[in-house]
Design a protein around this ligand. Structure first.
Ligand code: UDX
Length: 440
């Protein structure tokens, strides 16, 4: 099928590459001239395992191309995917300006029937808005062309986006148009692998599903984070509690890991946006308000443990940080817990040596770097001269770190583990003073 993807960011590129990979003819559009020039030159600035190779292979095979030409893009695909950003607006609601301008562009440039597929995370009712804009723009041109708007949210995890797209656990298609639904069923048929992954629903339910999924996951995490704090006080081990409750299939084992708070481009933004949607409709989403507040508090948990151990004044103290990205396998620093920790340490007068396998460059861009903050290109070297190691992101390479080597490298053998990746007994046996989340 001929597919246009409007927006060549994270979601757009993954969508474009995966759809090209199964044999579609994909044209990716972006208004950012530099980004498209770089993509044409084979440079992909997004850190996502497998994405660069997949783009390269499909560009070479002639199935994937890039353009800044809106007219060309709208004319190319019978399917027009909208995969532009919906950043957090001032009041917490999703800013729809890019989605709506994509809709306008489609209305202005289309000369044949089109199916507009919205992948961006948008408030309930946006498909109807997009539809209205296209209709108005067409009638402004004196045209009455056939089109349908479908809501098709993505459920891609950063660091596993290709896998999530290629082996989805569900494909949500929200549509009021049977012909459009049939076309999308055909488009997604190769991803079904003998199991029915397709969920057909109305567009409003599809839009709400995306927010509900992220809000539910964020809720589980915040709930476990609060229980972890309680476990510390009552002398329980949250890891045992997690196993105990996860065995109940109604609860399940996933997303029950307490830590130093969730971050990223989705959870914080989507939780806020859903709260906003609730408020707009006079339905106070009290649970989600608490989820958000609990997460803000949880981002300070490492700072609290450090100040309890070292006192408020950290002048003359040096800390090693392992992990800066909001989670492993990404260089994404958005809403990362490391940012809260770094701000705290620097304000208290400490110095820092930070190591992250992928996010150092991005961190340099988003943190106003002073002499007090240095980056190391090696995990063990970052420990030299440090009074403690603070682990913020659970990259795989940290899991098998030699605890004896950590003890001997550190100036004082103290570890604050914000993701519970080490075994407390082994840490103690290695001579470490070990602080973690919700475990004795
Ligand atoms: C999330 C959703 O999982 C995905 O379906 C959606 O499309 C986009 O948002 P992502 O933001 O890439 O994906 O990250 P995810 O792996 O879900 O982790 C989010 C945050 O929660 C991370 O900061 C992670 O460290 C934290 N987390 C996750 C926990 O603290 N505990 C857990 O048990 C799981």
């Amino acid at each position: 099928m001929k597919v246009t993807v409007i927006g060549s960011g994270y979601v757009g590129l993954v969508t474009g590459a995966c759809l090209a990979d199964i044999g579609n003819d994909v044209l990716c559009l972006d208004i950012d001239i530099e980004k498209i020039a770089a993509l044409k030159a084979g440079e992909i600035s997004i850190y996502e395992p497998g994405l660069s190779d997949m783009v390269r292979i499909n560009v070479a095979a002639g199935r994937m191309r890039f353009t800044t030409d809106v007219e060309l893009a709208v004319q190319h695909g019978h399917l027009q995917f909208i995969a532009v950003g919906t950043p957090r607006g001032e009041d917490g609601s999703a800013d729809l300006q890019y989605v709506l301008s994509a809709a306008r562009a489609i209305g202005e440039m289309m000369n044949d029937a089109r199916i507009v597929v919205n992948k961006s995370t948008v408030p309930v009712g946006t498909a109807a808005k997009v539809s209205q804009i296209i209709k108005d723009t067409l009638s402004g041109r004196g045209l009455d062309l056939d089109f349908a708007v479908v809501s098709n949210p993505e459920f891609l995890k950063e660091g596993a986006a290709i896998e999530d797209f290629m082996r989805p656990d569900r494909i949500v298609i929200g549509s009021e148009d049977t012909a459009a639904t049939d076309t999308l069923k055909r488009l997604y048929a190769p991803f079904e692998r003998n199991h029915t992954k397709l969920m057909l629903m109305d567009s409003r339910s599809a839009e709400m599903t995306k927010y509900a999924a992220n809000a539910m996951l964020a809720t589980r995490i915040s709930f476990m984070n609060e229980l972890a704090m309680l476990a510390e006080k009552v002398g329980a081990d949250i890891d045992q509690v997690r196993r105990g409750i996860g065995a109940d299939p109604r609860i399940g084992t996933h997303f029950l890991y307490p830590g130093c708070g969730y971050g990223g481009s989705c959870f914080p933004k989507d939780v806020q946006a859903l709260i906003r949607i609730g408020a707009d409709h006079q339905v106070p989403l009290r649970v989600l308000g608490a989820v958000e507040a609990a997460n803000e508090a949880q981002k300070h948990v490492l700072a609290a443990k450090i100040s309890e151990r070292f006192g408020e004044n950290l002048v003359g103290r040096h800390f090693a940080i392992w992990g800066l990205a909001f989670k492993p396998n990404t260089d994404d620093m958005r809403e990362a817990s490391s940012l809260v920790l770094i701000r705290y340490l620097l304000n208290a007068g400490a110095t820092i040596s930070a190591y992250d396998p992928a996010a150092s460059q991005e961190a340099r861009r988003v943190i106003s770097i002073s002499e007090a903050m240095q980056f190391s290109d090696n995990a063990m070297r970052a420990l030299e001269g440090a009074h403690a190691l603070v682990l913020v992101t659970e990259w795989k390479e940290f899991r098998s770190a030699d605890l004896d080597a950590i003890t001997s490298k550190l100036l004082t053998p103290i570890v604050f583990d914000g993701r519970n990746i080490f075994d407390p007994t082994q840490a103690r046996e290695a001579g470490l003073e070990y602080f973690c989340i919700g475990r004795p």
